[in-house]
Design a protein around this ligand. Structure first.
Ligand code: SF4
Ligand code: SF3
Length: 574
């Protein structure tokens, strides 16, 4: 195996024997084969759309879901990838039949052989070949030829890495699009863009650095559209988030913990547990759920439990109820809680029950509810013994922040607010990430900080006080990683007031990345021309110094100075 798609990749170069995340070589190889097969399916779907006007809703949904399943910390179950590859080839056959029925020939590109696929044909052709795929063994043998290795040999590390930058950005945006789709919000252009990009990665144009970079920024543009669509999906379904105080102290009673990013699943869980005497808690990136009027109205959504994803083995082992995993980040479970955890959607863990949606999209959470009723839940005694924590406040989406914009603008104009920091993105376990915890210690009191993503867990329970002369908290959490959209809406509105552009505002972006959703957000920011972004704790292993040089030159991308947060703070204040 060779995987370097996330920030914690081994030695900062690549996981080759087993993933730092726990991904086995088998799962890594099956994921490579799935991505290869999906590139072929997407190429066919792109051709069907552009040559024959054929739109296949099943194919559209499948492609986004399948590539979402290969995101870091989503799915570790080899049998699920066997199913995904099988389904990809079945959908390919069905779409081919539709094209044949319409009298449309396959694209000429199907016979092209791109050197970066090594000994493998164009993925579209492979999908159509009568290859005997008896099961895992056959797939592993073929999958070994579809990894990054052949691309690095044929294209060199810089170009192969830039192709991966595009692929990882697509994984992140497909994940966000899939969330929006769960809430009934879709956009034909998004499916078309994703598939055109996957088709591009199979075309001769993908051997040109300039064209690959352009395609990356196009993916950034599509992701911005997707984040807007997801924001609208959330707010039109659950209302605009409002500032909400959330307790971190459990209450006595049976309990279910919902982790991941999927608000639709949280809603379904709240509906299905209503009146059953079960309390529902959020975990990780579900915390912002408490700010939505359509979710906070449920009295049995009682609080938040635990910290960022990488602490989940401690948090889940200490949770006396059932655990529902809606999306990333999930880790291979400890025996201590393996019998209590359930996966949903694209997530998967070997030996852990998986809840599938029915044809209408409904998910029956009865097994999770029954398990929660069997387990003890929090008892009055156990709660009594737990150290008491302060509440945290969530719910500062763009609507809430813009409602206090006149006060913020006045504070900037009168010098009471000198600078705004956007410290967003992912958390992780590496020691270098202490940089983000320490950064806040150097922030002058006449500054504000906007957080989003699970990186917030480094400081979410600290009291930063209010902006001088106002009742506006200095720390405003804007939500999940995809709520980078909200931050950009606020920045754009401020720029309008000050008759300038986002780059000229007293605003610094210091982003912590970990997985591919963060890659998609970064591509969106670059597409929008946002400059001077700090990125850390380490730069992506898939970007060579040459590729980083291009981004530094065009956007003044700045590697975070993890060993000296004070120096970074000084530079940002200038
Ligand atoms: Fe390694 Fe990250 Fe890939 Fe897991 S996802 S194998 S940790 S690079
Ligand atoms: Fe976190 Fe996994 Fe990226 Fe949505 S939950 S930000 S890492």
């Amino acid at each position: 195996m060779m995987c370097y798609q996330c920030e914690q990749t081994k030695g900062g170069t690549g996981c080759t024997e087993i993933g730092v995340c726990g991904k086995t070589p088998e799962v890594a190889t099956l994921q490579d084969l799935l991505i290869y097969s999906v590139k072929g399916l997407a190429s066919l779907a792109h051709h069907a759309r552009t040559a024959a006007g054929i739109e296949d809703a099943k194919v559209n949904t499948f492609i986004n879901g399948a590539i979402f399943s290969t995101l870091t910390n989503v799915n570790f179950a080899d049998d699920r990838f066997v199913d995904f590859v099988t389904e990809s080839r079945q959908l390919h056959a069905q779409l081919s039949a539709k094209l044949a029925a319409a009298g449309v020939a396959l694209p000429a590109s199907a016979s092209e052989v791109q050197p970066w696929f090594g000994s493998m044909p164009h993925p579209l052709t492979w999908n159509s070949q009568a290859v005997a795929l008896g099961g895992v063994g056959d797939m592993l043998e073929i999958g070994e030829q579809t990894g990054i290795g052949a691309r690095q040999v044929a294209l060199g590390e810089t170009l192969a890495g830039l192709q991966e930058l595009l692929m990882y950005g697509l994984k992140g945006l497909a994940a966000y699009a899939h969330h929006a789709e769960a809430l009934g919000h879709t956009d034909p252009k998004v499916y078309a863009d994703v598939q055109a990009s996957l088709h591009f990665l199979c075309s001769p144009a993908a051997a040109d650095v300039g064209q690959v970079l352009d395609q990356c920024f196009k993916a950034g543009a599509t992701n911005f559209r997707v984040m807007e669509m997801l924001s609208n999906a959330h707010t039109s379904t659950f209302g605009h988030p409002v500032p909400t105080s959330v307790t971190l102290n459990p209450v006595p009673g049976k309990a279910i913990l919902v982790t991941g990013h999927d608000m639709h699943d949280l809603h379904m869980m709240l509906e299905q547990t209503a009146g059953k005497g079960i309390n529902v808690y959020t975990h990780g990136e579900m915390l912002p759920g408490h700010g939505y009027p359509g979710l906070k109205k449920y009295p049995h959504l009682v609080g938040h439990f635990g910290g960022a994803w990488y602490r989940q083995k401690i948090d889940f082992a200490g949770f006396p109820g059932a655990i529902a995993v809606t999306t990333n980040c999930v880790l291979d479970p400890l025996q201590a809680y393996k019998g209590n955890i359930y996966t949903i959607n694209e997530t998967g863990l070997s030996g852990v029950p998986h809840i599938k949606a029915d044809a209408t999209g409904h998910k029956d959470f009865t097994p999770i509810i029954n398990r929660a009723l069997e387990l003890p839940g929090f008892t009055a005694e156990s709660v009594e013994k737990m150290p008491k924590k302060k509440n945290v406040t969530v719910g500062f989406g763009h609507n809430a922040v813009l409602s206090v914009a006149p006060q913020v603008i006045d504070a900037i104009q009168t010098g009471r607010l000198e600078h705004i920091f956007l410290v967003g993105g992912c958390d992780g376990s590496e020691p270098q990430r202490k940089y983000y915890s320490k950064l806040y210690q150097y922030m002058p009191t006449n500054t504000m900080v906007l957080t989003l993503g699970c990186g917030k867990f480094r400081i979410f329970d600290q009291d930063f006080g209010n902006l001088p002369g106002t009742d506006i908290p200095r720390l405003l959490d804007m939500g999940q990683c995809n709520d980078a959209y909200s931050a950009l809406v606020v920045a754009t509105e401020l720029a309008k007031v000050f008759k300038t552009d986002v780059n000229s505002l007293p605003l610094s972006l210091d982003l912590s990345w970990f997985e591919q959703k963060a890659v998609a957000v970064l591509l969106s920011l670059l597409h929008l021309g946002v400059r001077n972004i700090r990125l850390g704790p380490r730069l992506p292993a898939f970007l060579t110094p040459e590729a980083v040089g291009v981004l530094v030159e065009r956007f003044n991308l700045i590697p975070a100075n993890v060993s000296d947060p004070g120096a970074d703070m000084k530079m940002m204040m200038q």
